[in-house]
Every structure is written in C-alpha cells, then in structure tokens.
Design a protein around this ligand. Structure first.
Ligand code: MG
Length: 509
C-alpha cells in the first residue's frame, strides 16, 4: 500500500500564508474599488468599476473554496497539526474554515440563482421605495425569505433557524441569548421614552437647523478628527450621501461624512461615528496586516466602537465642555445665544421618528428590535412577507408611538432585505449594548475617564481601547472578546442603566 507522504507543517503554513495574503490583497483592492466608486469615480465610469469589483469578488470566492484551501484546512485542523499552531494561526484557520464549510454546503446553482435574485431585488426595492409601492417589492422579498430559510437549513442550527443567520454577522450569537437582552432593553426604552414625553423638559433641538455654511462645517470636522484619535496620516475624510468607513489596510482607512447646510448635527456625529470605526481599524496589530485577521471582531463589536465614540464620548457633557467654545467660534452667529448646557441637552434630544438612520440614541434600539422580531418571524414561518406593512406599522405604534404615513417611510426604508442581509440588523443594537458594557469597564480602569474627555485628552482612552480591543483584530470571537475585556458575557443592564442615567439628567426627570 502506498502511503501519501504528509507535508511538513512548515510547508503547509507557508502555502496557507501565501493564500491568505493573496485573498487579503484582493479584498483590499475590492475595498479600494468600492470606495472609489462611491467617492471619486465619475458617473459614467461607475458601471465598469462595479463589474470589475464583481470579477474580483468571484476570484476571492474561488480562492476561499478552492481545492488548495480545502486541502490546507484539512491538514491544519488535524489534531497533530493543531497542537503545533500558535493562537494567531489557529484564529486564521478558524476564519477560513467557517467560510469554507458554509460555502461548500451551498450547491453552486442555488448560489447562482440567489445572486441573480438579489441583484433584481435591489432594483425592485429602489423602485418600490421611490413609488411607495410595497407590492412591487413583495414577490422578491418572498423569494429572498424562501432562499434564506433554505440557507439556514443548510448551514444548520441548534434551536432556531435565525441562529444560522445571526452567526454570519455575530459568530456564536443565538436567539436564545438575544431574546432576553432585547426584551429587557425594549421594556426599559419604551418606559423611558414615555417618561421623557410626559415629564421631560423640552430641549432646543431647533438650534441645529439654522444655516451652517458647509465650508465652516468642513473646517470644524477636519479640526476635531485628529484630536479624537484618528490618524490622518493613515486615512482620509471625504464626502458621500451615505457616510461610511472603508479600511483598505491598517495604514489606509478612509472615512466619509455628509454635510447638510440646515443640519449641523448630521456631519458632526457622522464624522465622529465613522472615526470610531476607523480608529479601530488603524489600531489593529500591524502583524495582522495582509491577513484575514486585519479587521474587526464582528459587525456588532465594530459598531460598538463607532457608537462608543459617537454617543458615550461625543454626546457627553465633558466632550462639549471641551469642544463647544471652538464650535461657537466657528459659528458665532448661530450659537451665540446658546449656552453649553442647552447645546448638550440638544445633542441628546429624543424624538421618535419613522426613519431608523435618523433616530436618536434611545429610540434607535427600538427600530432594530422591530426589525429583529419581523426577521425572526419570517424565518420561522410565523409571519408572511405580505403582512409586513401592517405588522410594521403596528409595532411602530406600540414601541415608538408613531405611525408611518407611507410604506416608503415604513417597511421599505432600508436596503438590507433587498440584498438578503437578514440577520444584519441586530448588530446595530448589539453595538450599543457592547459599548455600554465597555464604558463601565473603562470608567473603572481609568478613574479620570470623564476628566480626560473634559481636557480634550483622548490619547489614554484610545490607548486603552487599542490595548484591550483594537489590537486584536479578528483574533478573538466577539463573545471571547467581550468576556476578556469586561469580565462577563454581554449584559443589557449596562445599557439600560446608562440610558436611564443620561436621560434622567438631560430631561430633568
Ligand atoms: Mg456604523
């Protein structure tokens, strides 16, 4: 019997590293193309860009499920090899193995059909939203739900089919864990909202809607960006309609923001939010560059870093006690009669609205829970897509006390379902939950946390985030990371307490 000679471990690792590097390089280039398409490319060139990015994505997919990858993963997950691997390599293997196993289970023709479907669904959704015509989108949504259910069955799950979808965005998270967290947060948020509406002292949010010249806004945003910790030698800030952060590599992280003349808040908090994403990417261990670990732990952890900077720091009294004089100096006419306290209270205005992306820190989570409950019901077969407008409006009324006048500002507002992103929404609220838990930890670790912000000193804070979260990139799973950082699993109490405390003060309840 001829026995196939095993490859020496060093040889296997060398091939694995080469393949990892190649895939990561392609992904960096895809990121760059995506950025260019949204920020720089002239209208007439965008179409080819989109196709070029598509071709590269297909190559990345092929490499990730290639025979070579399969062979390397099979070797590296063998017990005798596993024991020899260091923590970093084991994490890389974990990342590729998860993707490989999932992708291999989906029949190629099913994947192909689904890609065509989501392409068409996106066009249909755009049209449906523009014309307020849910029926236009419905047949696509129904099919997407059917396919997604199939995928959930193929991926597998223990308790709830939605677990298989959550796992795409927040590895390891399940309905069983999430349901009680959300239940607690929902009840506390709805109660708090009612108290604010009944007894809250009104804020002066109208101050933001004066005319704020865009060139002055740009000046101020560019002024604060490096001060809060974003390294402008390793990134840039541009403008788009939908702000985002795109990491090309650790040394090249690109942010965008949106300037509105009659809403100075939009760019300000958009920039701070994206800077939170960007600083995370910039502070990843340089040894992880050009590897699959060169990215955040999960969607939820990533969002926690943007929310932490935007809300916990950027909407704090200390933050504005430091930055408000400079903002007043930039906009002397607009803010001359607005005291710091009024400004601080105004940036924390709570106002239920129809649109998720415009929601405040308190009501935002309610928008997410509504979507989560709907998605879970769709996947479990308990809700039918055709009933969504009615269910949506009912939940809006129950949680937020407002009712959309049209489906365009209701069930049709988000792009996510049209690209098949069922399971994505919870990440946004998870970001807030993680952020509040991290806040509690950092306040203990740095007793002068608030004083540092008040002095405009962000180095120590960003240094702490780097040491405890950012440097690790994708080394740990989200649950491992939050336990490592805070000493316990995700717990909704911290966000509930944070919201109670903040709004009791802001609204003088
Ligand atoms: Mg974000």
């Amino acid at each position: 019997m001829v026995q196939k000679m095993e490859l020496p471990l060093q040889e296997v690792l060398k091939r694995f590293t080469t393949l990892d590097e190649k895939i990561t390089h392609f992904n960096s280039i895809i990121g760059l193309i995506d950025w260019d398409q949204k920020v720089m490319a002239p209208k007439k060139g965008r179409y080819v860009f989109a196709k070029a990015a598509g071709s590269l994505r297909t190559e990345v997919f092929k490499l990730s499920v290639s025979e070579e990858m399969g062979e390397l993963l099979a070797l590296l997950t063998k017990e005798e090899y596993q024991q020899e691997l260091n923590q970093v390599t084991r994490a890389k293997v974990r990342e590729y193995k998860t993707f490989y196993d999932k992708s291999k289970r989906i029949p190629a023709e099913l994947f192909q059909e689904y890609s065509v479907l989501t392409g068409q669904a996106n066009d249909a959704w755009e049209e449906a939203r523009a014309t307020n015509d849910f029926e236009r989108f419905l047949p696509y949504l129904e099919k997407i739900v059917t396919y997604t259910r199939k995928f959930a069955e193929i991926y597998g799950y223990e308790d709830h089919p939605y677990d298989a979808l959550l796992d795409e965005y927040e590895p390891g998270l399940t309905v069983k864990v999430l349901d009680p967290l959300f239940a607690k947060l929902r009840k506390a948020s709805v109660d708090l909202l009612k108290r604010i509406q009944q007894d809250g002292k009104p804020t002066r949010s109208e101050i933001f809607e004066k005319t704020y010249p865009i060139n002055k806004q740009q000046e101020f945003n560019r002024y604060i960006l490096p001060l809060i910790g974003f390294d402008i030698d390793a990134g840039r800030l541009d403008e788009t309609i939908h702000p985002f952060a795109q990491a090309v590599t650790i040394g090249d992280v690109r942010l965008t923001t949106r300037y509105l003349e009659n809403n100075v808040r939009s760019a300000l908090f958009g920039t701070i939010h994206e800077a939170g994403h960007g600083i995370y990417e910039q502070q990843i261990n340089p040894d992880f560059e050009e590897s699959v670990l060169q990215s955040g732990a999960s969607f939820g952890i990533h969002e926690s870093q943007s929310r932490f900077l935007e809300n916990m720091i950027g909407r704090s009294k200390e933050f504005w006690s430091y930055f408000y004089p400079a903002l007043q100096e930039t906009f002397p006419e607009q803010l001359e009669n607005v005291a710091l306290t009024d400004f601080y209270r105004a940036v924390n205005t709570v106002e239920p609205s129809m649109i998720r992306v415009e929601a405040d820190e308190l009501t935002y989570n309610l928008h997410i829970m509504l979507r989560y409950e709907i998605e879970k019901g769709l996947i479990a077969g308990e809700i039918e897509a055709k009933d969504l407008p009615e269910i949506w409006n009912k939940k809006m009324q129950d949680y937020l006390g407002v009712m959309p006048a049209t489906d365009s500002e209701g069930v049709l507002q988000d792009v996510h379902w049209s690209f098949g992103g069922i399971g994505y929404f919870p990440s946004y609220a998870l970001g807030n939950l993680y952020a509040a838990q991290i806040l509690r930890t950092i306040q203990k670790a740095l007793p002068d946390f608030a004083a540092l912000i008040e002095k405009g000193e962000f180095k120590q804070i960003q240094g702490w985030l780097k040491e405890h979260i950012h440097q690790y990139g994708k080394l740990y799973t989200p649950n491992e990371l939050i336990v490592k950082v805070t000493g316990e699993e995700l717990n909704a109490d911290y966000l509930v307490e944070y919201l109670e405390k903040k709004y009791t003060e802001v609204y003088e309840l």
